[in-house]
Design a protein around this ligand. Structure first.
Ligand code: NAD
Length: 390
């Protein structure tokens, strides 16, 4: 029997509706760089030359300015998202974000801590309603996944589309003391049909660019919001994309199936909290956080007519390895590629970066997180290997 074809590792390019051939020539990209804390600046410094080289190759120019955010924002200007940083982001075409947080700021009140006080306001301010997280595990890195290699012989290639500005995280919340002295905390899950429709549109575009399969995840056996979710997704797909093969799954089953057969997933669509949990599970299944990127895009367009977006590695600031030149820069590099794709329509340049990362890994360049005890390279050596393969 012939061997099954290797996955093509299609990265999603949804949302902007712009075909590959329509990318503009000689573009001037204006990007706000927010490196953040600990490994954030290290991986950002490693990623920028790769981004610059890819753009130069395509005849484009990069104009960027760097601004403090997270703990660095607190130290520099008293808050995680300084006004000047927000203003610089508003003036840019896209934001390339590192990662924020660390022990130094953990004793602050929760609402002032780097992640919560920087990322949530950025998402809210720029109405970044769609989170796109590719989950990629190439065949060359099977050992990085906790899943047995025989269950994923061809690797993993899926995309999670998570609604990012609705649901429990943004609904009304309060904690009160009841007359009997007990304490009650309330979070409210709210979804509107229009919110579900616009995220479904992103998922449809993603599915069209891949295998034409879409799995919508909900908890429609228990939650009103999920009943509306399922009904709306089904109606939207039937009305606008009947060629898409749509299926539905309860979130508890999806959590199990992601571990049992991650390779069977393609495009996964889900609401905010379920997506938060499932996309993190997906990251673990796909191996190191150091290889996974993410995009958060909104309805607003930038000067080039593409969605404004924030692009960042899936992992955090990794204080345990910061300052040692150990961090894997690939997630940051791949985030820059996602940015070129979604916020600039530069699919060729984005594809070149994706391919260079895959080649560097296939050629045996591994930072410690993906070396499994074998000799490893540093952050800067890994980035150099990617750059050389561009
Ligand atoms: P983490 O993602 O920073 O680290 C988890 C593990 O993954 C660590 O062992 C770390 O060394 C490893 N890791 C992460 N990125 C890596 C990379 N690029 N290369 C190699 N290894 C990598 O999660 P954590 O330790 O729970 O959190 C640390 C800090 O990061 C906290 O302050 C947390 O709030 C913050 N955080 C920020 C973001 C964000 O900025 N979006 C996301 C998650 C966590």
């Amino acid at each position: 029997m012939a061997a099954p074809p290797a996955p093509a590792f299609r990265l999603a390019f949804p949302g902007n509706g712009i075909a590959l051939s329509h990318a503009q020539k000689n573009m001037q990209l204006h990007i706000a760089i927010l490196p953040g804390d600990h490994i954030g600046p290290e991986v950002m410094d490693a990623a920028l030359p790769v981004l610059e080289a890819a753009l130069k190759r395509g005849g484009h120019t990069l104009r960027h300015s760097t601004h403090p955010v997270g703990g660095a924002g607190i130290d520099a200007a008293g808050k995680a998202l300084p006004d000047a940083t927000l203003a610089a982001c508003a003036a840019a075409d896209a934001i390339l974000f590192g990662s924020v947080g660390g022990p130094k700021w953990e004793s602050l009140p929760p609402a002032e801590q780097p992640e919560r006080a920087a990322l949530l306001p950025l998402r809210k301010h720029f109405k970044l309603f769609a989170n796109i997280r590719p989950g990629l595990l190439p065949k060359t890195l099977l050992g990085a996944s906790p899943i047995r290699p025989e269950r994923i012989p061809e690797g993993i290639d899926l995309v999670c589309i998570r609604e990012l500005t609705g649901g429990l995280y943004f609904g009304a919340k309060h904690t009160t003391t009841l007359p009997n002295g007990d304490t009650e905390a309330v979070d409210t899950m709210v979804y509107r049909k229009s919110e579900i429709e616009r995220i479904t549109d992103i998922a449809i575009t993603t599915a069209r660019a891949r295998r034409g399969k879409l799995l919508s995840v909900d908890k429609a056996n228990v939650l009103e919001c999920s009943v509306l979710w399922r009904k709306t997704v089904a109606a939207r797909v039937a009305a606008t994309a009947p060629e898409i093969e749509l299926s539905h799954m309860y979130v508890d089953n999806a959590a199990m199936q992601l571990v049992r057969s991650p390779a069977s997933f393609d495009v996964l669509l889900t609401e905010n909290m379920f997506g938060d949990i499932l996309s993190d599970e997906m990251s673990v299944v796909c191996g190191s956080l150091g290889m996974l990127s993410s995009a958060s895009i909104g309805a607003e367009k930038n000067r080039h007519g593409h969605p404004f977006g924030l692009y960042e590695p899936a992992g955090g600031s990794a204080p345990d390895i910061a300052g040692k030149n150990l961090a894997n820069p690939c997630a940051q590099i791949l985030s820059a590629a996602l940015m070129l794709r979604h916020s600039f329509g530069l699919h060729t340049e984005a594809g070149a970066i994706d391919a260079a990362v895959q080649r560097a890994v296939a050629d045996g360049f591994r930072t410690a997180d993906i070396a499994f005890g074998n000799p490893s390279v540093s952050t800067t050596e890994m980035a150099k290997a990617v750059l050389e393969r561009l």
